[in-house]
Structure formats: structure tokens, C-alpha cells
Design a protein around this ligand. Structure first.
Ligand SMILES: Cc1ncc(COP(=O)(O)O)c(C=O)c1O
Length: 394
């Protein structure tokens, strides 16, 4: 989540640690949906109940506007004879090649996608139904052997659209309903409908983020969303920067690369042979991706040193300091420490301020892995668990 400047002795605290600057429902909600799921939903729920009068009147006029647009669309649609109406279609003789961009593929495409949407909506509806199963469990061999028309084998011949629809249904049927009210997991839970709409939208746009030319709206959206996220957690623009990252593991790897480059920029062109023997430190409860990154980046897993934790799964700062001194004494250069804000198994929050003090003292880069605890920066009640993360903004 945050990376540190190891050479910095900046110990300035967040100028306003409880500054969550509530703005409008929409701004909070947008960020909450994009940033965290469960917490985001809670925040949205809270804000919904607390909309100001001004916000309410704005929402009412938006609703009126939508209704009049709908009337307009209804007229247009009736003129065009129900353009999006489902008709009985035999998909067993239709194949991907019959869909757009195939010549005259519009109608098949429309009918096929309407079927897919129906499958997805049925799934969404069932997901929120407490009386349904969270999982229709089968052993791997049962799924691999194939059952009730369910077959994972990849055919060498094209499958009909009918088969693809069956496969869509079965894929959802035998999977875990992570949005089910009875599905509990500390890392992922809940089906965020706005997030789902966003996924449909981005998949349909099917673009990439190379340049403004290829994705003008998304490129601007990225900058604005990141700026808003920083603002909401109380970091002004000059205090931070951000990127959207595909996940926690790759973010941890980026952080080690950033640290190494900061101290030894020559590594970029000359490789690891040009740098001294470097060691990394992380909690014995940290995510395995730190070790994996150590291996992938050429440090070697033996040079990722594990720090002992107390009975609550938090790093023991004295053990960190002792291991830094030990490594130095053996001729290694301590480079980097990860503190975890929400460990994968216990959900423990390492004592960031104490770890940051040690990093300051020995001039080490501090990274905070806030892959799942980071959302707490949006909570007035729990934000303090990440206190100290702001000390190392570049
Ligand atoms: C603390 C922590 N860091 C990193 C990760 C890896 O995240 P991802 O699976 O998004 O790569 C996890 C995932 O469980 C995690 O709990």
C-alpha cells in the first residue's frame, strides 16, 4: 500500500489522522466500491442513511430525469419493435463463427447474449437467497470425470452455442457462491453489484490502458479515481501517488523492486551481480509472496529473513532489530522490511510506528503490505491500526 523512502528521516505524522473528509455520497461510494468490498458496502450503507437534504434533492431530480429518459426509450423501442426481445432460438446449430462480426450475425449475437445475461442474473438472484447452498460440492475426480452433461475436457472441434450456454450454467452451478449471505471468508466475500456492472462494462469495452489514444476515458478515470482515493484517506496530492495493481502479490514484488532501485539504481542495467549481498526482512506471518518475490528477483529465499511474531501474530520489533544487526555483522546489507497490515491468516496488524523507527535508524526501506487491511484507512474506528503508514510517503 505504501512504500517508504529509506533515506528519509521524515517522521512527520499524518497532519490530520482522523481526517476522513466526508464529501458526497457518490464520491465516497465510488471509491468504496472500487477499493474494498465489504467495508465499502458498509460505508455506502451508512452514507445512504446520512444523505444530506441537498444530496437527497439531487438524487430525486436524477431519478426524475431517468424516468423521462426511460419514457423516451420506451417510445423509441416500440418504434423499433422491441429490439432487445428474446425470441425462441435454437442454439444447437449455431457456433461462435455465426456471431458478430460475422455477416448478419446481429440477431444471433443478441439472442445469445440475452441468454447469457439471463444465466448471470439468475445466479445473482440465487446468490442472495439464504435458502440456497453456498456450494454444490463434488470431489475433483467427479468434476473431472464429467457428470450430468458437465465436462471440462476441451474439444478439438468448435462447441455449439447451446453447449457454451450449458457450460456457463454448470460453471456457476459447481462453483462457490462467494456473495452468499452464509459465505464467510476473511479475504473475499460479497457480490458488489456496482463492481459487477463495472466488470461487464470494462469487458465490453475490451480496451487496454497503454495510452490516452486507446482508452481516453479510462486513462483519465484512473488518475481521477486514484487522486480521490488519496484524498479520502487524507493524503494530499503532493504526499502520494498511486497505481492500480492486479493484486497483493505483485504489489509486494513491485515494492521490493522499488526499494532495490532506490538504493542501487545500477541494478536496472547491470543486474544483481553489480550490487552487494542484500537481505530483506518480513514477518513469519507475512504473505508467501514476499519470499516468492525474493526468489523471482534474484535475492534468494534464504535472504528473506523471517521476524518472530508475538502470540497475536504481530512482529516483535526487538527481534527485527536483532536480526538486522546480525545480518550486518555477517556482511550483508539490510535493504527492506515489510510490515503487514492485516496478516493473511490472523488478520494481525504489525506495529508500524516501531518498525518505522527501526527502518529510520538503519536506513531501510519500509513497505506496508495492506492487501486486505488497507481498507481500514476509510474507517474512523479502525484507521488507527495503520497509524505510521503515512510516515513514509515519498
Ligand atoms: C497480506 C496479503 N498480502 C498479499 C496477498 C496476495 O494478494 P493477491 O492474491 O491479490 O495477489 C494476500 C492474499 O491473501 C494477503 O493476505
Amino acid at each position: 500500500m505504501a512504500t517508504s523512502d529509506p533515506s528519509s528521516s521524515n517522521t512527520a505524522q499524518d497532519p490530520n489522522p482522523t481526517n476522513l473528509r466526508p464529501t458526497t455520497y457518490d464520491t465516497w461510494c465510488g471509491v468504496a466500491h472500487g477499493c474494498t468490498k465489504k467495508i465499502g458496502l458498509k460505508i455506502c450503507g451508512f452514507l445512504q442513511r446520512n444523505n444530506s437534504l441537498e444530496d437527497k434533492s439531487r438524487l430525486v431530480s436524477a431519478l426524475k430525469e431517468r424516468q423521462s429518459t426511460r419514457n423516451l426509450l420506451a417510445c423509441e423501442n416500440s418504434e423499433k419493435e422491441g429490439r432487445f426481445q428474446k425470441t425462441e432460438t435454437d442454439f444447437s446449430n449455431l457456433y461462435a463463427r455465426d456471431l458478430l462480426p460475422a455477416k448478419n450475425g446481429e440477431e444471433q449475437t443478441l439472442q445469445f447474449l440475452l441468454e447469457v445475461v439471463e444465466i448471470l442474473l439468475t445466479y445473482v438472484k440465487k446468490t442472495f437467497d439464504r435458502s440456497t447452498k453456498v456450494l454444490d460440492f463434488h470431489h475433483p475426480h467427479q468434476l473431472l470425470e464429467g457428470m450430468e452433461g458437465f465436462n471440462l475436457e476441451l474439444s478439438d472441434n468448435p462447441e455449439s452455442l447451446e453447449q457454451i450456454l450449458v457450460d456457463c450454467r454448470d460453471t456457476l452451478k459447481y462453483g462457490v457462491r462467494t456473495g452468499h449471505p452464509r459465505f464467510f471468508n476473511q479475504l473475499s466475500t460479497g457480490l458488489d453489484i456496482i463492481g459487477l456492472a463495472g466488470e461487464w462494462l470494462t469487458s465490453t469495452a475490451n480496451t487496454n490502458m497503454f495510452t490516452y489514444e486507446i482508452a481516453p476515458v479510462f486513462v483519465l478515470m484512473e488518475q481521477i479515481t486514484l487522486r480521490k482515493m488519496r484524498e479520502i484517506i487524507g493524503w494530499s496530492n503532493k504526499d502520494g501517488d498511486g497505481i492500480f495493481s492486479p493484486g497483493g502479490a505483485i504489489s509486494n514484488m513491485y515494492s521490493i523492486m522499488a526499494a532495490r532501485y532506490k538504493y542501487f539504481p545500477e541494478v536496472k542495467t547491470k543486474g544483481m551481480a553489480a550490487v552487494p549481498k542484500l537481505v530483506l526482512f518480513t514477518s513469519e506471518h507475512s504473505h508467501y509472496s514476499i519470499k516468492k518475490a525474493g526468489a523471482a528477483l534474484g535475492f534468494g529465499t534464504e535472504n528473506v529473513i523471517l521476524i518472530k511474531c508475538n502470540e497475536r501474530g504481530k512482529i516483535i520489533p526487538a527481534d527485527l532489530e536483532a536480526k538486522i544487526l546480525d545480518a550486518k555483522q555477517k556482511g550483508y546489507i539490510p535493504l527492506y522490511v515489510t510490515a503487514t497490515a492485516g496478516t493473511t491468516v490472523y488478520g494481525a496488524f504489525d506495529p508500524i510506528p516501531e518498525i518505522a523507527d527501526i527502518c529510520d535508524k538503519y536506513n531501510l526501506w519500509l513497505h506496508v503490505d495492506a492487501a486486505w487491511g488497507g481498507g481500514l484507512l476509510m474507517s474512523r474506528k479502525h484507521r488507527h491500526k495503520l497509524n505510521g503508514i503515512e510516515r513514509y510517503i515519498l
